[in-house]
Design a protein around this ligand. Structure first.
Ligand SMILES: NC(=O)c1ccc[n+]([C@@H]2O[C@H](COP(=O)([O-])OP(=O)(O)OC[C@H]3O[C@@H](n4cnc5c(N)ncnc54)[C@H](O)[C@@H]3O)[C@@H](O)[C@H]2O)c1
Length: 372
């Protein structure tokens, strides 16, 4: 197997998925966990890690014999065996901790959003340039199985000139969601927003990735169904530098609607509509004879079919390393191992942060906001 890349996951909420990703990676070794709460680290060791190893005994070689647990991030950074750190802390802390890690010479994987303000996200880019370490951003939905054929079909012009997109993140979160874990969610200071900055940011990233640079946003936002300080509903008209237009809505008030995420793009030569990882419409009126696209469409359709008949399945991902959090963790580890660039570097990560903040500015001022 050769050299293994020592890894620490900091923040053990969604960080649990990073832990699984390291255990399932090609070249990673989980050396340490880091969280302010020792009980969370114990729980992850006894449940997440123990279950993973029980189900996949071959993952044992990706786990240190003596797993270290740090309650102090700075102390953790002193360990020279740790080469990569996942920063899966509340969103408003990302820049502060990611920069500390970079300056300690660690390679870093930052949860979405890269940070909550454009200034903080820019400070990550500056530190990344200064330190020369590898930095990836967790926008794992780019690896969803429906996105590969969609991206390829758009980029290669198979749907003609793209003129319209509709993007919908209609989720439900009960009030208790905002009150747990110290109540950082739904606050401007730590979450940087609500349904758009937290839940919708993945789809904002996909929107600009699929449709290109945004020129302007005209938006409104409201608090509809929660006792929180940020929004729980946004609606925007987005204009792109290409001349195309999109609508984008996000909410966490769509009662018991699950996690409906509509990503629909219309071109002069075709229509592609996806929802929750499933391709609903694939109509291209020029004949596309691209075996790679055909194969990708087939894989997405197969995964969607499997998900329909499995309990708790998601059409967007499969358990393999190619999708989900694990795919991005593995990508960072492989970037370090092979000395290549991670799939989403900081200059890509800041794009969604800029768009979300422009939406909030437009909603606050009632004016169209232009991006540079
Ligand atoms: N990519 C995704 O699909 C996805 C999903 C959920 C959350 N997230 C993102 O992940 C981040 C964390 O969200 P979460 O839901 O896991 O939150 P959480 O509150 O469940 O977990 C955060 C953890 O960080 C720990 N922590 C806080 N400050 C710390 C510090 N200084 N040092 C060490 N540990 C510290 C807390 O004790 C907590 O266990 C957020 O930025 C969120 O937007 C991403």
């Amino acid at each position: 197997m050769g050299k293994m890349i020592g890894y620490c996951v900091a923040g053990l909420g969604v960080g649990k998925n990073h832990v699984r990703g390291v255990l399932n990676s090609d070249h990673g070794k989980l050396i340490a966990l880091c969280d302010l709460l020792p009980e969370k680290m114990d729980m992850v060791e006894k449940t997440v890690i123990a279950k993973d190893i029980e189900a996949h005994p071959e993952h044992k070689e990706h786990l240190a014999d003596n797993l270290l647990k740090y309650t102090d991030f700075d102390e953790m950074l002193k360990n020279p065996e740790i080469e990569c750190v996942s920063v899966a802390l509340p969103s408003g802390l990302h820049a502060k901790y990611a920069i500390k890690a970079m300056e300690a010479g660690k390679n870093v994987l930052i949860e979405k959003p890269m940070d909550i303000t454009v200034e903080a996200a820019q400070s990550i880019i500056d530190a990344w340039k200064r330190t020369g370490v590898k930095v990836g951003v967790m926008h794992q939905n780019r690896n969803n199985l429906d996105m590969a054929p969609m991206k390829k079909a758009i980029d290669e012009g198979h749907i003609g000139k793209v003129f319209l997109g509709t993007f919908e993140v209609k989720w439900y979160r009960p009030q208790s969601y905002f009150e747990k874990d110290g109540g950082w969610r739904g606050t401007w200071e730590m979450d940087g927003g609500g349904s758009l900055m937290n839940q919708g940011v993945h789809t904002v990233d996909l929107m600009q990735w699929l449709m290109g640079d945004v020129e302007s946003v005209t938006s409104t936002m409201q608090i509809c169904g929660h006792d929180i300080e940020t929004e729980d509903m946004t609606a925007s008209l987005i204009k792109f530098k290409s001349g195309a237009v999109a609508t984008f809505v996000s909410t966490t008030c769509a009662y018991e609607a699950g996690c409906g995420t509509g990503i629909k793009v219309y071109g002069t030569g075709g229509t592609i509509e996806c929802d929750q990882g499933e391709i609903l419409t694939w109509k291209i009126h020029s004949t596309v004879d691209d075996p790679e696209i055909a194969k990708a469409v087939e894989a997405a359709e197969e995964a969607a079919m499997k998900a329909k008949y499995s309990v708790g399945g998601s059409a967007a991902s499969d358990p393999a390393l190619s999708t989900g959090h694990g795919s991005v963790v593995n990508n960072l580890i492989n970037a370090v191992y092979n000395d290549t660039d991670p799939m989403i570097c900081p200059p890509e990560g800041i794009k969604a942060v800029k768009i979300v903040n422009a939406v909030y500015e437009s909603a606050r001022t009632g004016k169209t906001v232009y991006l540079d």
